[in-house]
Design a protein around this ligand. Structure first.
Ligand code: SAM
Length: 286
């Protein structure tokens, strides 16, 4: 079955009375070489978690390469389609659900125990950052996370903390692993075609994180707060995120770290975010 072929896609949509749903970010891949390259990126995996299998084009390629594939799909209308398109792939299991609600630790418990779990997904654009933040904050021991995202988001993922284009998601990526932009994908390789080009990014997660903050929840809360008010200084952004701490304490923290009082969040490295979050944690728990 060639799920990249436009006639096959149209036939399936017609037989199952479907149309691509904008609200679920449904842009189906139609380029077999791109699908194969994304599937290859989980090299060495035992289990691959796919988020949003759609019609099953990537799921099939993953199931050919890896022993176990678990694919989480929110749209119940796609379940009978996936039953049909994955009929000859017994190692691919489709789970109906919203990735933002799913208990991934439970879903992948046996797979994590065996080791070698990676993520591969052509992500729905409307919810890219929340999904990635969930995966990165989860502390789940994925080997790698490969995602297709809008090109500008891909650049942000790979920007490195402290660099241009840096956002909360950049710091979260840099904290958990090393990101590389594998290749870009023009908009006309999807049906329907989105308005912008895309790119595929692979994040190889550290087995041992180089930076270890005292409390991870406070670390992520600090990063989120720092980027919550784009035009404000770091001190003003942090005040909004941690209203229980007086403003002058943030000025003290910034001075203690040897930073300029008017510095903005995008200038901080992962190490500086960790040090800052340690000071905030101590302040909250004194
Ligand atoms: N993997 C397919 C492909 O490459 O052609 C489809 C990719 S399409 C960009 C995104 C897929 O994610 C759709 O199938 C959509 O229904 C699904 N999806 C959207 N939001 C989701 C969510 N919150 N949880 C799980 N799946 C979701």
């Amino acid at each position: 079955m060639n799920l990249c072929d436009m006639k096959t896609i149209r036939d399936i949509m017609s037989i199952f009375h479907l149309s691509a749903k904008k609200e679920f970010g449904q842009n189906f891949l139609t380029d077999a070489a791109v699908v194969a390259d994304i599937a290859d990126s989980a090299e060495g995996a035992h289990t691959v978690l796919e988020i949003g299998p759609g019609l099953g084009v990537l799921t099939r390629e993953l199931a050919v390469r890896y022993p176990t594939v678990k694919a989480l799909e929110i749209d119940d209308k796609l379940l009978p389609v996936l039953k049909y398109t994955l009929n000859d792939m017994p190692n691919a299991r489709v789970i109906h659900g919203d990735v933002m609600e799913a208990d991934l630790e439970e879903l992948l418990a046996e797979d994590f125990a065996a080791g070698g779990v990676s993520v591969c997904a052509n992500l729905p654009y409307y919810i890219t950052s929340p999904i990635l933040m969930k995966l990165l904050e989860s502390e789940l021991p994925f080997d790698s996370i490969t995602v297709m995202v809008q090109k500008e988001v891909a650049l942000r993922l790979c920007a490195g903390a402290g660099g241009k284009d840096c956002g909360a998601i950049t710091v979260a990526v840099a904290y958990r692993g090393e990101a590389e932009l594998l290749f870009t994908v023009p908009a006309d390789r999807f049906y329907p075609a989105p308005k912008v080009d895309s790119a595929v990014v692979r994040i190889r997660l550290y087995k041992q994180k180089p930076v270890v903050p005292r409390d991870e929840d406070t670390f992520f809360a600090t990063v989120r707060a720092a980027f919550s008010q784009r035009r404000k200084t770091l001190v003003n952004s942090l005040m909004t995120g941690f209203s229980q701490i007086p403003k002058e304490r943030f000025a003290d923290f910034i001075a203690e770290l040897g930073l300029r009082p008017d510095i903005r969040g995008e200038k901080l490295t992962v190490e500086q975010f960790a040090a800052l979050s340690d000071l905030i944690y101590t302040e909250i728990h004194k």
